[in-house]
Write a protein that binds this ligand. Structure first.
Ligand code: MIC
Ligand code: SF4
Length: 650
C-alpha cells in the first residue's frame, strides 16, 4: 500500500510503531468530536484526568442524539455539556445545529488530518480525505488530553470504482453493494480506500454517505482522496484554504483490492434486521410500507433532501404512509428552506423533524406494531426503531421518496419523471452562530443537574475470576442488543447505576437483576460480539453489574477496546467448537488470570463446573492492554501513571 492516502496521513501522524498490518501503532489526533449520548461520560472522564484544557488542535462537543426532552434529564445533559465545552476549551454545537458527522463535514473536517470521535459513524469525514475513526468516550477523553490514539494497524483495502452511477442510483447503493458482498464482519481490521476513475464523479456529500456506512462493515474507517471535488465542496463551504491535494500514488499497491462498476449498479435495499441483508430492489418491489424516514448521518445532506423533494414535487404521499424528514444540519435545513425543498416536502404530506438523529436512534417516530419502515439510515437492528416487531428496510433517498408516493417499495427508475442532482451548490448558506467558541479561560462553573451521576470506580483485576455464565449469545450481537438506546433509556447515559438496569433489556429483561446478585460473572457469544455503536456504556454497565470476562468467537473493534478500557477481559476460543460445550448457569473459573494473560503462547484454562476437562481460551491483547486490565481499566491506569509522574518530579 505504498503511497495510499491512508499511509500518507498515518505517516504524518505516527508517534510510535510501524505501519505493518496487525502491529500496534500510536497516532496523533488533530480533531475530536463527541455527541451528547457519549459526550457526558467522555467529559466526566476528561475531568477525572485533572487537566485544565483540551490539548488537541480542535475539540467539538455536539448535541444531536438526546433531543426529546420528556423529562429534565436530557436538558440537564445539554447544560452540563455546554458548560464543560466552555470550561475545557471545546467548541459547542447547540441542539438544533445538526448531526455531529454532517456538521463536522461541513464546518470543520480537513483533508489530511486525523479525527477521533465518540461515535461509530465518525468515518463520515473520510469523504473529505480525513482519517476519521470512531472510538469509546474514554479514548476520546485521552485524545483531548493530548495522548495518542493506539490501534492495531489495519490492512488497507482499495475499492476501485469504474464508470458512473446511472440515474436514480446513488452513493447509498455503492456502500450497500459492499455490505452485500462483504457482510457486517467484512471490514474488521480494514480501512477501505476508494480509488479509480469512478471516484471523480462523486461529490463530497456522496462520498460521505459511503464512508459513513463503512462503519456497518465493521471497518476501522473508509477514506476518499482529496481532489478537485473536495476543493469545490470546501469552496462552497467558504473554507477553500483548508483544502490540500491528497491522492494515492499511481504506483500505490494495496494488500487487497475490490472493484465496483458503477454503471452496472442498480438500487439496493437492506432487509430487516441487518444492514448486510442486501438485495436488488427488484426482489422487494411491491412490499407494503407504513413509514418512510429520510434523514440520519448517512443521507441527510442538502443533496439528499433535494433529490427526494424533486421526486415528490407536485405529488402527495400515499395515505398509508407516514413520511418524516430530518435535515442533517441547520445548514441543510436552511438551504432546503431557501430553495423551496421544505415546502415541497410539506405539500407532499411529509412531517418535518428537527436536525438531529431522531428516529435513527429511536428518539421518537417508532413505527406501528408489526409494520414496515423504509429508511435512508444506516442501521436496522431489531428493535432499534423503538418497535419490537417492526421491520426496518434501508435504502437511498431516491428509493425512499419513490416508495412514499406508492406506499410500497418502488424502483425509482420506474418513475415517470427522473430528476437528477449531481452537482453541489456553488455556495452553501453559512451561519455558524449556533457553534459556540470556548470561553477564553477555564474560569467557568460546570453545571451538574441530578442526572449527572459520579463516575463509578472499579477495582483491579482479581487473582482468580470465578462466577456463573450469565448469558450465552449468538453471532453479531450489537451494542443495541447489549444496551439499547431509544427515548426511554438514552436519558440515563450520564447515570451508570440507572442505565445498568436496562442491560440486555430486549433479549433478557431479568439479566440486570441476576447479574447484580453475582460477581466475577461471564458472558459467552459467537462471532462479531459488540458490533455497531461506539457506546462505551455497553461495556461499563456490564462491569458495573460485576461481569469480568466476555468469551466470544470474535469481537468488533470498538467494543473490544471498550471492554479493555473498563477492565473486562475479552477472550476467544482456542477451538471455536467449544462454544457449544458451555451452558448458561455453568460455574466458570480462571485461576491466576493475570499470569495466564502474560504467557501468550499457552492457552488459558477455563474450568467449567460441569465438564471434566478445561476449555482452552486465547487472547489477542497487547502488553499495554494487559496492564490496563490489571489496573481495572484505563482511567485507573492513567491516574496511576500520573501519580508516578508527579512523584518522580517531586
Ligand atoms: C448509533 O448510531 O448507534 C449511535 C447512537 O450514534 C452510537 C453512539 C451512541 O450509542 O451514543 C454510535 O454509532 O456510536
Ligand atoms: Fe445519529 Fe443515527 Fe448517525 Fe448514530 S447512526 S450518529 S444515531 S444519525
Amino acid at each position: 500500500m505504498t503511497g495510499s492516502v491512508t499511509e500518507t496521513i498515518l505517516r504524518e501522524h505516527l508517534i510510535e510503531g510501524e505501519l505493518t498490518p496487525g502491529s500496534e501503532i500510536a497516532i496523533r489526533i488533530d480533531h475530536t468530536l463527541t455527541q451528547d449520548a457519549t459526550g457526558t461520560l467522555a467529559y466526566l472522564q476528561f475531568e477525572a484526568l485533572g487537566l485544565e484544557r483540551v490539548r488537541n488542535e480542535l475539540a467539538v462537543s455536539y448535541i444531536d442524539h438526546n433531543m426529546l426532552q420528556t423529562g429534565f434529564e436530557n436538558a440537564d445533559d445539554h447544560r452540563f455539556l455546554q458548560s464543560t465545552a466552555a470550561r475545557f476549551g471545546a467548541h459547542f454545537s447547540r441542539p438544533g445545529n445538526g448531526i455531529c458527522h454532517q456538521v463536522h463535514l461541513e464546518r470543520f473536517a480537513a483533508p489530511g488530518k486525523t479525527l477521533l470521535g465518540s461515535d461509530s459513524h465518525t468515518p463520515t469525514a473520510g469523504g473529505m480525505g480525513m482519517l476519521a475513526i470512531g472510538a469509546g468516550g474514554l479514548d476520546i477523553a485521552m485524545a483531548m488530553a493530548g495522548e495518542p490514539f493506539i490501534l492495531e494497524m489495519p490492512t488497507v483495502v482499495a475499492v476501485r470504482l469504474h464508470g458512473a452511477l446511472m440515474p436514480m442510483v446513488s452513493a447509498k447503493d455503492i456502500i450497500l453493494e459492499l455490505l452485500r458482498r462483504l457482510s457486517v464482519r467484512g471490514g474488521r481490521g480494514r480501512i477501505f480506500e476508494y480509488i479509480g476513475p469512478g471516484v471523480d464523479g462523486l461529490s463530497v456529500p456522496e462520498r460521505a454517505t459511503i464512508t459513513n456506512m463503512g462503519a456497518e462493515l465493521g471497518a476501522t474507517t473508509s477514506i476518499f482522496p482529496s481532489d478537485e471535488q473536495t476543493r469545490r465542496y470546501l469552496r462552497a463551504q467558504g473554507r477553500e484554504l483548508t483544502w490540500r491535494r491528497l491522492l494515492a500514488d499511481a504506483a500505490g499497491s494495496y494488500a487487497e483490492e475490490l472493484a465496483i462498476d458503477l454503471t452496472t449498479l442498480g438500487p439496493l435495499v437492506a432487509l430487516p434486521h441487518s444492514p448486510d441483508h442486501v438485495v436488488p430492489i427488484t426482489g422487494v418491489v411491491g412490499t407494503p410500507i407504513q413509514q418512510v424516514a429520510i434523514g440520519s448521518c448517512t443521507n441527510s445532506s442538502y443533496r439528499d433532501l433535494l433529490i427526494a423533494a424533486k421526486i415528490l414535487e407536485g405529488h402527495s404521499i400515499d395515505p398509508s404512509v407516514s413520511l418524516v424528514v430530518s435535515p442533517g444540519s441547520r445548514q441543510a435545513f436552511l438551504m432546503a428552506e431557501r430553495e423551496g425543498v421544505i415546502e415541497t416536502f410539506v405539500r407532499a404530506g411529509a412531517r418535518i423533524l428537527e436536525s438531529a438523529c431522531g428516529p435513527c436512534i429511536g428518539m421518537g417516530q417508532a413505527p406501528a406494531s408489526g409494520s414496515a419502515s423504509l429508511r435512508s439510515f444506516n442501521r436496522n437492528f431489531s428493535g432499534r426503531s423503538g418497535t419490537a416487531d417492526a421491520g426496518v428496510y434501508l435504502a437511498s433517498p431516491e428509493v425512499c421518496a419513490a416508495s412514499a408516493l406508492s406506499g410500497r417499495i418502488s424502483d425509482p427508475r420506474d418513475l415517470e419523471r427522473i430528476p437528477e442532482v449531481r452537482a453541489i451548490p456553488a455556495a452553501y448558506q453559512i451561519d455558524d452562530s449556533q457553534i459556540l467558541a470556548p470561553a477564553p479561560t477555564s474560569d467557568v462553573a460546570i453545571v451538574r443537574g441530578p442526572n449527572i451521576a459520579p463516575l463509578p470506580t472499579f477495582g483491579p483485576l482479581p487473582a482468580t475470576v470465578a462466577g456463573p455464565l450469565l448469558k450465552k449469545l449468538g453471532d453479531d450481537i450489537s451494542t443495541d442488543d447489549i444496551l439499547p438506546a431509544g427515548a426511554e433509556i438514552l436519558p440515563f447515559r450520564s447515570n451508570i447505576p440507572v442505565l445498568a438496569r436496562f442491560t440486555f433489556k430486549r433479549l433478557d429483561p431479568s439479566f440486570a437483576t441476576r447479574a447484580a446478585a453475582q460477581s466475577g460473572s461471564f458472558i459467552v457469544a459467537g462471532r462479531n460480539y459488540g458490533q455497531g455503536s461506539s457506546r462505551e456504556h455497553a461495556a461499563m454497565v456490564l462491569r458495573y453489574l460485576g461481569v469480568q470476562v466476555v468469551i466470544a468467537e470474535s469481537f468488533a473493534r470498538i467494543h473490544a477496546a471498550n471492554l479493555v478500557n473498563f477492565g473486562i477481559v475479552p477472550l476467544t476460543f482456542d477451538d471455536p467448537r467449544d462454544l457449544q460445550l458451555l451452558q448458561e448457569g455453568d460455574t466458570l473459573a480462571i485461576e491466576d488470570i493475570a499470569g495466564a494473560l502474560a504467557v501468550e503462547s499457552v492457552p488459558i484454562r477455563l474450568e467449567v463446573s460441569r465438564l471434566e476437562r478445561p476449555v482452552l481460551l486465547r487472547h489477542q491483547l497487547t502488553e499495554r492492554q494487559i496492564a490496563i486490565l490489571q489496573a481495572g481499566g484505563l482511567l485507573n491506569r492513567a491516574r496511576r501513571a500520573d501519580r508516578s509522574k508527579a512523584a518522580a518530579l517531586a
